[in-house]
Design a protein around this ligand. Structure first.
Ligand code: ADP
Ligand code: MG
Length: 335
C-alpha cells in the first residue's frame, strides 16, 4: 500500500532523512517511534505530498506521489501535528469545507454524519471549534482526515498535549479506525506506540534503526542483567576504577544525577555477583557508594538510551538474535 524506497530529505545542508526504505501492507497499523527531531514529521509530510523529496520514491497504492499526486493524495487522510483548524468555524461547517476542498464524490450529508458518529463528535457539530477542548479539537482533526474515506491515515503525534483521559479516547478511536484502514502513527513515546501498533519503525537522526513487531522489540530491548550505582567523586576516575574490576563486562556513566555524584550502569559477566567487589573498589578509592541496585530499566528508558548512541551501534544491538541486548555502551578506548 505504501512503498518508500531510498528516501532522503535535505533542508539546506542538514540531511534530515537518510536513505529510508519500508513497505506497508494494506491494513497494517505501523508506529513511527523516535525522539524529537528524528525526522518523523518530515517523512510524513513527504508521504502526504506536502513536502518534496531530495531523493527516493514514494508510491501510495501504486501511484507515485510525484507523478500522480492527485491519485496518491486521494488515498491519504493526514492529521498533521498541528491540525489546520479554523477556530471561528463550527464543527459541521468545517467538515463541509474540507469536503468541498477534497472534492469528495459521495453524498455530503450522510458522509459527514457517518464521520461525526465514528469520531464521536456529533454532539458538538454546531459548536464553534475555538470553544472545544483540546481533545475534541483533535477529534475534529481526525474527522477532517477521514473525509473522502481514504484508505491510509497518517497521524502525526495525535495525542500530544492531551490529558490521560483524552489520550485513551484517541487511542480507542485509532483502534477502531485500524480495523479498516492502513495507519501510520508517530510518537516519541514508546508506550503510546505499543498501545496501538503491531509494527514499530524506530527512527533516529533521520535513519531507520529498527523495523520489527512490538513484542520482538520489547524482548530485544529488555535488559535485566545490569546494576545501577551512584558513587561520589570524579566520573572519569570512577569509570576506569570500575572497569578494572574482575568479571565486569562494561560500565557506562549516566551522568550527574545528584550533586557531587555520578550514576553508572554496570554490566557483570553472566551470573557473577560483583556487588561486594564494587563496594570494595569504591571504598579503596576513598569514595562513597550511595546506591547499588538491580537496574531494571523500563522499555521507555532503554528506548531513549538507544536513541542516544550512534545509529550503527543501535542497529547492531537491535539485530542481535540472542534475545538480549545491552544498551550499555562502553566508553573505553580498547575497542
Ligand atoms: P520529528 O517529527 O521526528 O520531531 P522533524 O521531521 O520535524 O522531526 O525534523 C527532522 C529534522 O529536520 C530536525 O533536525 C529539524 O530541525 C529539521 N527540520 C524540520 N523541518 C525543517 C525545515 N522546514 N527547515 C529546516 N530544517 C527542518
Ligand atoms: Mg514531528
Amino acid at each position: 500500500m505504501i512503498n518508500v524506497a531510498g528516501l532522503s530529505k535535505r533542508y539546506g545542508t542538514h540531511l534530515a532523512v537518510k536513505d529510508v526504505n519500508f513497505n506497508i501492507e494494506k491494513g497494517e497499523v505501523v508506529g513511527f517511534l523516535g525522539p524529537n527531531g528524528a525526522g518523523k514529521s518530515t517523512i510524513m509530510n513527504i508521504l502526504t505530498g506536502y513536502l518534496s523529496t531530495t531523493q527516493g520514491e514514494v508510491t501510495i497504492d501504486g501511484f507515485n506521489i510525484v507523478d500522480y499526486p492527485e491519485e496518491a493524495k486521494r488515498r491519504i487522510g493526514y492529521l498533521p501535528e498541528i491540525p489546520p483548524l479554523y477556530p471561528d468555524m463550527k464543527v459541521r461547517e468545517y467538515l463541509d469545507f474540507i469536503y468541498d476542498l477534497k472534492k469528495v464524490k459521495f453524498p455530503k450529508k450522510p458522509h459527514i454524519d457517518e464521520i461525526l458518529k465514528l469520531v464521536k463528535i456529533d454532539n458538538v457539530q454546531n459548536r464553534l471549534i475555538k470553544n472545544l477542548s483540546k481533545g475534541y479539537r483533535q477529534r475534529v482533526g481526525f474527522a477532517g482526515a477521514l473525509i473522502g474515506n481514504p484508505d491510509v491515515l497518517i497521524l502525526d503525534e495525535p495525542t500530544v498535549g492531551l490529558d490521560p483521559k483524552q489520550i485513551i479516547e484517541i487511542r480507542n478511536l485509532i483502534g477502531r479506525l485500524g480495523k479498516n484502514h492502513t495507519i501510520i502513527l508517530s510518537s516519541h513515546i514508546l508506550s503510546e506506540i505499543q498501545a496501538v501498533c503491531k509494527r514499530v519503525i524506530i527512527i533516529n537522526r533521520g535513519e531507520i534503526i529498527a523495523d520489527d513487531n512490538s513484542e520482538n522489540l520489547a524482548q530485544k530491548l529488555s535488559d535485566d542483567s545490569t546494576l545501577l550505582a551512584r558513587i561520589t567523586g570524579n566520573e572519569t576516575d570512577m569509570l576506569s576504577a570500575l572497569k578494572s574490576i574482575k568479571n565486569i563486562k562494561s560500565v557506562s556513566s549516566l551522568g550527574q544525577m545528584e550533586i557531587g555524584s555520578f550514576d553508572y550502569i554496570i554490566e557483570p559477566e553472566d551470573g557473577v555477583d560483583v556487588r561486594a567487589d564494587i563496594f570494595d573498589r569504591v571504598v579503596s578509592r576513598g569514595k562513597k557508594l550511595l546506591t547499588l541496585k538491580d537496574n531494571k530499566l523500563s522499555l521507555e528508558q532503554i528506548f531513549l538510551r538507544l536513541t542516544e548512541v550512534e545509529n550503527d551501534k543501535a542497529k547492531q544491538l537491535l539485530k542481535s538474535d540472542n534475545g538480549e541486548i545491552t544498551v550499555v555502551i562502553e566508553e573505553s578506548e580498547e575497542e
